[in-house]
Design a binder for this molecule. Structure first.
Ligand SMILES: Cc1ncc(C[n+]2csc(CCOP(=O)(O)OP(=O)(O)O)c2C)c(N)n1
Ligand SMILES: CC(=O)[C@@H](O)[C@H](O)COP(=O)(O)O
Ligand SMILES: [Mg+2]
Length: 621
């Protein structure tokens, strides 16, 4: 039972609350967030940090007429609670439950779908321009974090927004954190604003310089005091944004509802673009998240009293592919290789943390800047350093042209470590890594591999380390890497590996689907050939020739869209050769795949061992 929160069914209900009730509401929302997310899992820290900000936004603005555009959207839970989705939050990120991100189809209060970062200012400018073209009258507000502000897209939008001179508001939610500590020059600039460092240092330095001048020194220092104001003009907080053309307001305390309300009310009356700089604390109000915001950025279910995971990791838990990658990078440095590990704001998620701590000089976190990460790696790759760029499959979509134009055309030996390839589950359609095989397949000079287990993965990395004839992408799924214990042959460029030999049906499986194929083969009586594709590009044409000569049926299994992936290339080859073999592709249908557990989605999409077994039995009568 929540005294105030239970009465809030829409933003309208907020507007009659007095100061005490608004205050109480913040506490109740925090408690509710912790209660719910400790059961469902989800993005906790960022939501705890924006409780007061979200209340103030809905207090001042009139959603859905006014447009509130959340960047990334992982911090939109409070917005969901205040816009009639409090109870539904208990289903967040579950199959057919609430999305973990704003979704236009979910609510009229969600005016832009998100998941990938740094889109909010562009979308806000679009809304503002359309409003004026349509002669409508509403406010447009983009709420962007300091992490999301590290991306090129955010800068592009700020730049263009200044020129447009439209009325819109950018709220910069500055908590000094991306998922981990925020990085880069802008982060430092924001830090100097927060601490008032620039102005103090300048003043101090000027005094020091003039004091060193003999005789006239003291006299001049007096004059400097007068000049101080001029300096203050130049070094006032937010001058960067002011100079660009934004009215800068702040920095303000993002946990003081009355102050935020006051500034929002000012901002909505200002002509032209406004940037409000709000300081918040990521994880605010829940001790364990406040002291370790990264751990609770995206969390599994946990015990509220001690912040420990509800389901403890078993002692014999295998390492994730990401962790294995981090280990390998450490090993390469220790073996004397000149390598670099690059991440775009995801050192933890990609498994680079240990490497980062041990060899910080070989580690580069470039911020949420996937495009820059790739071209930066291209420069390194041309200068005798072997770059390993670890980016989630879904986020590398951002850098399509950099991969193609800056790396592939020049055949630069960059290694792309694509984590979260395949279905990621709870993050849903914006995050499923099901397009990479297709967007990489058609790039000349690109090599693409997919490991079936931990040992193959290490072998592939070792292969990539010494391969100098162009870029290589290794794509692997979220979670622990299995180990099958096959006595397998070394990695040979473009060659697949036969794991089991049978006569009835052949299965060519890519990466994670090998596991399902092996399980299926154990479930049926038929004798099945199972081939681990290993290389998605180039495909092993000799192997296809052999399979076509010895089998009547070929099933291709891949955790990727069926369009333009591995299977479609095999099919093209089989057709071109005129082989008499029936080929079927098991992969992701041509659709965006919603959120839900990975197992559930695999089941629904027909990508499990059971489905493969059913296929085998259907054809082998
Ligand atoms: C293009 C892209 N790259 C990476 C991510 C992963 N990601 C999600 S939230 C986040 C940090 C965002 O930091 P910030 O905007 O400051 O929000 P905060 O979590 O601090 O509230 C990152 C790196 C993403 N969503 N999109
Ligand atoms: C919002 C976002 O993009 C990230 O927080 C993402 O949810 C991380 O995914 P993992 O939990 O798989 O690292
Ligand atoms: Mg932040």
């Amino acid at each position: 039972m929540f005294k105030v929160l239970d009465k809030i069914h829409s933003p309208e209900d907020l507007k009659s609350l007095d100061r005490d009730d608004l205050n109480r509401l913040s506490h109740e929302i925090r408690k509710y967030l912790v209660d719910v997310i400790s059961v469902t899992g989800g993005h906790l820290s960022s939501n705890l940090g924006v409780v007061e900000l979200t209340i103030a936004l809905h207090y001042v603005f009139n959603s859905p007429v006014d447009k509130l555009i959340w960047d990334v959207g992982h911090q939109s839970y409070v917005h969901k609670i205040l816009t009639g989705r409090k109870e539904a939050l208990k289903t967040v990120r579950q199959y057919q439950g609430l999305s973990g991100f704003p979704k236009r189809l979910e609510s009229e209060h969600d005016c832009f779908d998100v998941g990938h970062s740094s889109t909010s200012i562009s979308a806000a400018i679009g809304y503002a321009v359309a409003r004026d073209m349509n002669k409508d009258d509403y406010s447009v507000v983009a709420i962007i974090g300091d992490g999301a502000l590290t991306a090129g897209m955010a800068f592009e939008a700020l730049n263009n927004g200044a020129q447009m001179k439209k009325n819109f508001i950018v709220i910069l939610n500055d908590n000094q954190m991306s998922i981990g500590k925020n990085v880069g020059g802008m982060a430092e600039y924001l830090d100097t604003i927060r601490t008032g460092h620039v102005y103090k240092e300048i003043k101090h330095d000027v005094h020091k310089v003039f004091d060193r001048i003999p005789v006239v020194g003291k006299m001049l220092t007096k004059g400097v005091r007068e000049i101080k104001d001029a300096f203050k003009q130049v070094f006032i907080p937010g001058m960067f944004f002011e100079e660009m053309g934004y009215t800068y307001l702040g920095p303000i305390d993002g946990h003081a509802v009355p102050q935020i309300i006051k500034v929002l009310n000012q901002a909505r009356r200002i002509e032209g673009p406004v940037l409000i700089h709000v300081n918040t604390i990521k994880g605010k109000g829940y001790h364990h998240a406040e002291i370790n915001p990264s751990k609770f950025h995206g969390t599994k279910p946990f015990i509220t009293t001690n912040g420990e995971a509800l389901v403890k990791k078993a002692a014999n838990t295998k390492k994730t592919y990401g962790e294995l990658m981090g280990d390998q990078l450490i090993q390469y440095i220790e073996d004397g290789h000149k390598i670099a590990g690059i991440t775009a704001a995801m050192p933890d998620g990609t498994g680079m943390t240990r490497f980062m701590k041990k060899y910080p000089k070989a580690f580069f976190d470039v911020g949420i800047a996937e495009q820059h990460a790739v071209t930066f790696a291209a420069g390194l790759g041309l200068s005798g350093i072997k770059p390993f760029v670890a980016i989630y499959s879904t986020f590398l979509q951002r850098a399509y042209d950099q991969v193609l134009h800056d790396v592939c055309i020049q055949k630069i030996p960059v290694v792309f470590m694509l984590d979260r390839a395949g279905l990621v589950g709870e993050d849903g359609e914006t995050h499923q890594g099901v397009f990479d095989l297709s967007y990489l397949n058609h790039m000349p000079n690109m090599t693409v591999m997919a490991p079936m287990d931990s040992e193959t993965f290490k072998d592939m990395m070792a292969f990539a380390l010494t391969y100098m004839d162009g870029p290589i992408a290794i794509r692997y799924p979220k979670g622990e890497a299995p180990f099958f214990g096959y006595d397998k042959s070394p990695i040979v460029y473009g060659k697949s590996e036969v794991l089991e030999t049978g006569q009835d049906i052949a299965i060519l499986a890519v990466g994670s689907m090998v596991d399902e194929a092996l399980k299926a083969s154990a479930m049926v009586k038929s004798s099945v050939t199972i081939v681990d594709a290993r290389f998605v590009k180039p495909i092993d044409y000799d192997q296809i020739d052999r399979l076509a000569a010895t089998h009547k049926y070929l099933l291709i299994a891949e955790e990727n869209t069926m369009i333009g992936g591995y299977g479609s290339e095999v099919l093209r080859y089989v057709h071109q050769k005129g082989y008499d073999i029936k080929v079927e592709i098991m992969g992701i249908k041509d659709d965006f795949i919603e959120h839900g557990s990975r197992n559930k989605l695999m089941e629904i999409l027909g990508l499990t061992a059971n489905h493969i077994a059913a296929y085998i039995e259907r054809y082998n009568r």
